[in-house]
Design a protein around this ligand. Structure first.
Ligand SMILES: [Zn+2]
Ligand SMILES: [Zn+2]
Length: 166
């Protein structure tokens, strides 16, 4: 397989994963999977929270696809797709767990308009601590803060809007 086709598959998977993550977060994690995700909308007490299990679950297809492509003689594109899922996981971890939630201490301050926008959008997601009523379920793509605040108001969310990291 041409590396260019592989690269295209990798990039398409990264983009597709943002859509998939949005749908999972909106309909599963704030739906029947809330019992695990709830831990992420509360203050964390130790190193881990139940919500971390989602990262383990999403790593499984990535590992299987990479293994299949490299070792099991599957279509070589499966390796690139598996790598795209893993790449999304790494970007998600860097953005969500490190930059926004500071699970690793750092002094990075978002400066670009894009970074400010996605960081603020995820903080606004955490303004609501319940299963219902939250806004902004994406991670790397987000609506502007003003739009999200308007949505929060429209939902009659009584939650106070916390914009500081938790
Ligand atoms: Zn959530
Ligand atoms: Zn979060």
């Amino acid at each position: 397989m041409s590396p260019w086709i592989g690269l295209a598959l990798f990039l398409a998977t990264l983009a597709g994963m943002e859509l998939f993550a949005w749908a999972m977060h909106r309909w599963v994690m704030h739906g029947p999977g809330w019992f695990l995700h709830e831990s992420h909308h509360r203050a964390r007490t130790g190193w881990f929270e139940w919500n971390d299990l989602y990262a383990v679950i999403f790593a499984v297809p990535s590992i299987i696809l990479i293994y299949g492509g490299v070792q099991a003689g599957w279509w070589p594109g499966s390796t690139w797709i598996g790598a795209g899922i893993a790449g999304y996981g790494a970007i998600y971890f860097g953005f969500h767990d490190v930059i926004v939630h500071q699970r690793v201490r750092h002094r990075y301050v978002p400066r670009s308009r894009y970074m400010k926008r996605i960081v603020q959008a995820h903080r606004l997601h955490h303004a609501v601590e319940s299963k219902q009523g939250a806004v902004s379920f994406g991670f790397l793509w987000a609506a502007p803060a003003d739009e999200l605040k308007r949505q929060l108001k429209a939902r009659g969310s009584s939650a106070r809007i916390r914009t500081n990291p938790d």
